[in-house]
Design a protein. Structure first.
Length: 69
């Protein structure tokens, strides 16, 4: 299977709002959406860069699948 592009990249962060400052203030990018996934213990913020989407994954609680990252 050959891939010609990256669809998305997930980045686990403790505080997404703090990290979004980097993308917004320094890189001039905008948040294209956000979604809460309580069954996975996640809040996801989407930042689009060209055809690629960065997803900042923030744990909602200690039971989140990314809490230990």
């Amino acid at each position: 299977m050959k891939s010609n592009k990256i669809d998305h990249i997930g980045i686990a962060v403790k505080n997404a709002k703090e990290r979004l400052k980097l993308y917004k203030d320094f890189l001039g990018l905008e948040v294209s959406g956000e979604e809460e996934l309580p069954e996975r213990g996640l809040k996801v913020y989407f930042v689009k860069i060209g055809e690629t989407r960065f997803e900042l994954l923030e744990p909602l609680n200690e039971n989140s699948e990314i809490h230990h990252f």
